[in-house]
Design a protein around this ligand. Structure first.
Ligand SMILES: *Cc1c(COP(=O)(O)O)cnc(C)c1O
Length: 498
């Protein structure tokens, strides 16, 4: 059956195919694309347990991208999940202490966004061909650190595309910054923003929806699209690793087919965990999805009270990819909480825009009890890293540590004994200073960047990923800086528009 897409904010009368939705990114009314009818899957997990990541990905993607031919989808998967990953399993599951860790950091930028952003460019260029698009696709992306680099790694020198990345000047790690400013590719552009991630993301959303700018682009044979986690070409490939992880637990004999498990997910823009929600809807036996936050705990409050309130202090933490006050993908969950009511969803999102908050009704709250939410302080985050290192000789990054610690909070609060899978979103080598600080318990470390990588390596001994080693000799290629208010001008400058 064909899966068509509609907006979270408009009635289902206007629909698009999956390839059109991939090209558009955002719906014309500012809502997000959701399937008109959720596809049904009858996964044979015992069989999937014997299959490769690529095969599992195909079984998932064919449900969501129904206007792609099997050959097209398989080509996209093959290009995305190859030897740019340093583990042939792509998303290996390991066990340390009582918890499982689903390692999603074996790709080119050593963070989980590679799982989606290695495939998105291929889904997009295939979609462009299918829809006889002649304009060049301009990817506009705001990044809290990992998205931008992962998107550029995926799009670099891909035909008929350009990618412009905005990152907050003071909100990313030294390694993240170095990864971005050294990005290769004649079609990649990197801009530092004098502001935080929300400033950049809000402005990018506004520009993607600016009709005047859109017309000006069209006249010049350009078309905007988004690589942010709202694009269905990023969201749905992420469902695959939930299915794969579950199948791997069967393969390893840790669970029987049908046993329920929990996933704890370090959450920022709500893309990763939302993919888990779709996996559950497709029949993966998931009991709870644990929404783990750092001090920016707007989502913890949301799940515990039904009130989403972005009017609060913003903190920079050692898990910067989760320093977010407006989680874009949450709109999709709100849509399901309202019973797929676009009018109600639009009204709540309008409340958010005009007042900075919205309140779910108790009926809506009852519709989303698949989630449990908690947060950790910086101290608790460091303690979790230190504890795993000291007791299990396993080193995790500060984002993974948020999920690992909140998973334990959940187990203590509920006594739930089901197997717990912690979604591990970055390599410790991506955040060496924070990890060193946690392990050595020296709060005033000044060492950073590649020097910190070397010091961490001396301590934990696990191999330094090749992509980090490459940074040692990579020249800086990008030095643009912009105020949020000047982003439109910067874009026009890059595209040579007047
Ligand atoms: C992006 C990111 C997250 C948050 O994922 P969302 O899909 O935005 O919720 C967590 N950890 C790392 C390392 C990330 O890069």
């Amino acid at each position: 059956m064909e899966t068509l897409y509609r907006s979270t904010r408009k009635t289902a009368s206007q629909t698009m195919t999956s390839s059109q939705a991939v090209l558009q990114g955002l719906t014309p009314d500012g809502g997000l694309f959701v399937p008109v009818t959720l596809p049904t899957a009858d996964f044979d997990f015992d069989d999937l347990a014997q299959q490769s990541y690529q095969t599992v990905a195909y079984e998932v993607l064919k449900l969501f991208f129904t206007d792609y031919t099997p050959a097209e989808l398989k080509a996209c998967i093959q290009a995305a999940y190859g030897d740019q990953f340093d583990d042939p399993a792509i998303a290996p599951v390991t066990k340390h202490g009582k918890q499982y860790y689903l390692e999603l950091f074996h790709g080119p930028t050593i963070a989980f966004k590679d799982l989606a952003l290695q495939i998105l460019p291929h889904l997009m260029t295939t979609a462009a061909k299918k829809n006889q698009l002649t304009a060049e696709v301009v990817i506009l992306t705001a990044t809290s650190g990992d998205t931008g680099k992962a998107a550029m790694a995926g799009f670099a020198d891909v035909d008929q595309t350009k990618i412009i990345v905005f990152y907050p000047q003071a909100g990313v790690s030294a390694i993240q910054k170095q990864q971005m400013v050294t990005q290769v590719g004649d079609n990649t552009y990197v801009v530092a923003i004098n502001g935080n991630f929300d400033d950049a993301q809000t402005k990018v959303k506004e520009l993607l929806n600016d009709p005047e700018l859109r017309d000006q682009l069209a006249t010049n044979q350009f078309q905007f699209s988004s690589a942010n986690s709202i694009n269905i070409g990023r969201l749905f490939p992420q469902v695959a690793y939930y299915v794969y992880a579950y199948a791997q637990l069967i393969k390893k004999g840790r669970i029987k087919n049908g046993d329920e498990v929990n996933f704890s997910v370090p959450t920022g823009n709500f893309g990763d965990i939302l993919a888990g929600y779709y996996a559950k809807k497709l029949g993966v036996p998931i009991h709870k999805l644990i929404c783990a936050s750092n001090r920016n705990n707007v989502l913890t409050d949301f799940f515990n009270t039904g009130l989403y309130n972005r009017q609060r202090e913003f903190f920079l933490t050692s898990s910067p990819s989760m320093d977010i006050l407006v989680s874009s993908n949450l709109e999709r969950l709100v849509f399901y909480a309202t019973g797929e009511d676009a009018m109600q969803t639009a009204s709540l999102m309008n409340d958010l825009k005009t007042t900075g908050s919205y309140q779910l009704t108790s009926t809506m709250r009852h519709a989303i009890t698949d989630f449990w939410a908690g947060f950790v302080t910086e101290k608790q985050d460091q303690h979790e890293i230190q504890h795993l290192y000291a007791h299990h000789h396993y080193t995790i990054d500060p984002h993974t540590a948020v999920a690992s610690a909140v998973a334990k909070q959940y187990q203590a609060a509920t006594k739930d004994q089901r197997p717990m899978v912690v979604v591990s979103t970055a390599s410790p080598y991506k955040f060496p200073q924070a990890v060193l600080t946690a392990i050595t318990q020296q709060p005033d470390l000044t060492i950073d960047g590649l020097a910190a990588v070397d010091q961490l390596h001396d301590l934990i001994k696990t191999p330094i990923p090749a992509t980090v080693t490459a940074l040692r000799t990579a020249p800086v290629r990008h030095d643009r800086v912009s105020d949020p208010a000047d982003m439109a001008t910067t874009i026009k400058d890059i595209l040579n528009l007047d």
